[in-house]
Design a protein around this ligand. Structure first.
Ligand code: E4P
Length: 217
């Protein structure tokens, strides 16, 4: 399973890159707004750091506007993936991008039928939002299970990108289900490292190592 970082914060991206396990980045308008910086500056810096797929979202909701933004974003770099909303216009734009060889990430997916539409339109990635479904007492991971099954049934090439992840358990469940990608907030990616037995074990190894003749100090 690929790990994307769900952020527009360049500092977080640098830290995750240093861990050596980062495959790509996803952004959205809310994440960009959180940085307080201009989108032009943020995306340029992200693209200078990340060679893997970087999802940049369109903000026009009409088909012509989406397509003009799609071309503009894609021209910024070969790693740019155009993020499109799961609306009628977004799906039409996805088909047009697919025909033009522009990779896409169809976002704001909350049902398996929506995921089926995105796959039929040739989406590179579908982003089902598990956390936001959990927030309204629905089972976000059940949606991932359904989409993975449906895509396998018909050999769709669209990759399932688990979005709106909120905890390490989401990442574990996504991997168990065979999702292709999880996009993960920095704090959650950081939590993946943690285990008290790792800390205790390391502490003991270092204490014992200090007892080895010639190694103290
Ligand atoms: C990623 O592509 C999505 O925009 C993001 O995961 C949404 O996460 P949220 O529901 O925590 O805002």
């Amino acid at each position: 399973m690929k790990f994307f970082l769900d952020t527009a914060d360049v500092g977080e991206i640098k830290k995750a890159l240093a861990w050596g396990v980062l495959d790509g980045v996803t952004t959205n308008p809310s994440l960009v707004a959180k940085t307080g910086r201009r989108f032009e500056d943020v995306r340029a810096e992200i693209l200078s750091l990340v060679t893997g797929p970087v999802s940049l979202e369109v903000t026009r909701m009409d088909l012509d506007g989406m397509m003009s933004q799609a071309h503009e974003l894609r021209a910024l770099g070969p790693q740019v993936v155009v993020k499109l909303p799961l609306t009628r216009e977004g799906i039409a734009a996805c088909k047009a991008c697919s025909d033009a060889g522009i990779p896409t990430n169809v976002t704001l997916c909350f049902s398996a039928n929506q995921a089926l539409l995105a796959a039929k339109a040739g989406a590179t990635y579908i982003s089902p939002f598990v956390g936001r479904l959990d927030d309204i007492s629905m089972d976000g991971m059940k949606l991932i299970e359904d989409i993975v099954t449906i895509y396998r049934n018909y050999n769709f090439r669209t990759q399932v990108l688990v979005a709106s992840t909120r905890s390490p358990v989401h990442i574990l469940q996504a991997a168990r289900l065979g999702a292709h990608v999880s996009t993960i907030p920095f704090a959650v990616m950081d939590q993946l490292f943690n285990h008290p037995l790792t800390d205790l074990g390391n502490e003991k190894f270092l204490k014992d190592w200090a007892k080895v003749p010639g190694q103290a100090g």
